[in-house]
Design a protein. Structure first.
Length: 151
C-alpha cells in the first residue's frame, strides 16, 4: 500500500515530465481551491436533487441502482472537500497540500465511475475523467517558488 501511494504522489514522470510546463504551485492551488469550492456547492445541490430523484424512483419501484449514485455523489463531495483544503494549503505554500489534492483527485476519479454506474450513464465519464487526469498531471509537475523550473 505504501508503495502504491508513493507512486501516486511521486509518479515516474514527476522529475522529467513529457510536457514541460513551469506551473507555480501556489497559483494552481488557489485555482483548485476555487473550483473545488464550486464543486462542493454543486455537490450539495446534487445531493438534494438525488434525494428527490431517489424518492421518485422508490415510488416507481426501481430504486436498486440509486444506492451507487448516492455513494458516488457522497464520495465526490468528500473529494471536493479534500481538494479544497489541499488547494488552500498549496496557496499558503504548504507542500503537503499537494498530497491532499492528489488524494482528492483519486477519490474523485473513483466517485465519477461509481456515480456513472449509479446513473447508468457511462458515456458521461469521458470529460470528467480527462479533467481529473489533466489536473493530476499539473499538480504533480507544479513547483513551489524556490527550486529551479523544470523547463
Amino acid at each position: 500500500m505504501d508503495e502504491m501511494t508513493n507512486r501516486l504522489l511521486n509518479p515516474p514522470f514527476a522529475q522529467d515530465p513529457p510536457v514541460k510546463l513551469d506551473i507555480d504551485a501556489k497559483i494552481l492551488g488557489i485555482i483548485i481551491a476555487i473550483l473545488s469550492a464550486i464543486g462542493v456547492i454543486a455537490g450539495l445541490f446534487g445531493l438534494l436533487a438525488l434525494l428527490g430523484f431517489s424518492a421518485l424512483l422508490a415510488a416507481a419501484g426501481a430504486s436498486g441502482i440509486v444506492f451507487l449514485a448516492w455513494i458516488g455523489v457522497l464520495a465526490g463531495l468528500v473529494a471536493d472537500v479534500m481538494s479544497l483544503l489541499g488547494g488552500w494549503q498549496m496557496y499558503q505554500g504548504i507542500a503537503d497540500g499537494k498530497r491532499l489534492v492528489i488524494y482528492g483527485l483519486a477519490i474523485g476519479f473513483v466517485a465519477q465511475i461509481v456515480s456513472a454506474l449509479g446513473y447508468a450513464s457511462i458515456g458521461s465519464l469521458i470529460l470528467p475523467i480527462l479533467v481529473i487526469l489533466v489536473v493530476y498531471y499539473l499538480v504533480v509537475i507544479s513547483r513551489f517558488p524556490g527550486p529551479a523550473p523544470s523547463v
